[in-house]
Ligand binder design. Structure first.
Ligand SMILES: CCCCCCCCCCCCCCCC(=O)SCCNC(=O)CCNC(=O)[C@H](O)C(C)(C)COP(=O)(O)OP(=O)(O)OC[C@H]1O[C@@H](n2cnc3c(N)ncnc32)[C@H](O)[C@@H]1OP(=O)(O)O
Length: 232
């Protein structure tokens, strides 16, 4: 891909040649309902999301706190946070019960999109015809070069958005390879926009293209191959 123009918006996902089983109108409906973030289905889940958001602020604060400041104060908060981690770990774990449908959703658990996952920025998703659009703001914890997102996270964000694009097109594969061209640094602390679309399907293989933009300027683009397991 050489153009820097965003992919055009589309009215609806056209049928994708090669994707089996699921009619295009059903997929389009699923995409429009599954990709936007749902409201939490219980008070407990809402509180877990609030806890994850607090943990994100904690991660950011720990990354930025000055080691040349007050060592006693640092030691004291390290003890408190350690006690808090032990209190949380002593609460019932999702791994001790059969996961619910909501537990398994990308919006809940993903390291990029998951509201319950403190590692997730979290990224927001939307369906735009056959294109999946996403956006995220990466904080200090994602820093590689000064003020820029680490290249591993740049690539991983592409994996997520491409993975959703091919799942949303019914391909349901796993990443076999991913190529990301990093054209400019991806800046921290500002909204990064993504777009991804399946461009070709052959049997169990789906090829996806994606791009990312900072303030409308192309910062990276790439493509990936996703392969559906034989059993699915
Ligand atoms: C409806 C709305 C829903 C929206 C809501 C979305 C929910 C859901 C979103 C999820 C979003 C998560 C996004 C993260 C996605 C991951 O991170 S997935 C995790 C990372 N990837 C992996 O762990 C994959 C590890 N690799 C594998 O498991 C296996 O190698 C694979 C990829 C499944 C392929 O295995 P296999 O099926 O045994 O492959 P095999 O039969 O040997 O080869 C099949 C063909 O593929 C080719 N091939 C195999 N591997 C490769 C390769 N690496 N490179 C090139 N060609 C290859 C072979 O040459 C062969 O080609 P042909 O001879 O048919 O032409």
């Amino acid at each position: 891909m050489s153009t820097t123009e965003p992919l055009p918006a589309a009215e609806a996902a056209p049928p994708l040649a090669g994707v089996p089983d699921v009619p295009a109108d059903v997929l389009a409906e699923l995409r429009s309902t599954w990709l936007p973030r749902p409201e939490p289905d219980s008070a407990g889940r809402a509180e877990r999301h609030r806890l994850a958001e607090a943990a994100r602020r904690l991660i950011e604060a720990v990354k930025l706190v000055d080691p040349e400041g007050d060592a006693d104060a640092l030691g004291s908060v390290a003890d408190e946070v350690s006690d808090l981690a032990a209190r949380i770990a002593a609460l019932p774990s999702v791994e001790q019960r059969t996961p619910s449908f909501e537990d398994l959703q990308l919006h809940e658990r993903s390291p990029f999109v998951g509201a319950a996952n403190p590692l997730a920025p979290p990224m927001e998703l939307e369906a735009d015809g056959p294109v999946v659009r996403a956006h995220a703001v990466f904080g200090a914890a994602y820093e590689g070069p000064m003020g820029r997102v680490h290249g591993g996270y740049v690539a991983a964000a592409f994996d997520e958005v491409m993975g959703v694009a091919q799942s949303g097109a019914g391909a349901l594969g796993m990443t076999a390879y991913l190529t990301v061209r990093m054209k400019r640094g991806t800046p921290l602390h500002q909204r990064i926009d993504y777009e991804a679309e399946v461009v070709r399907v052959e049997g169990r293989k789906a090829w996806v293209e994606a791009r990312s933009y900072a303030d409308g300027v192309l910062v990276a683009d790439g493509e990936g191959l996703f392969i559906r397991a034989r059993a699915v």
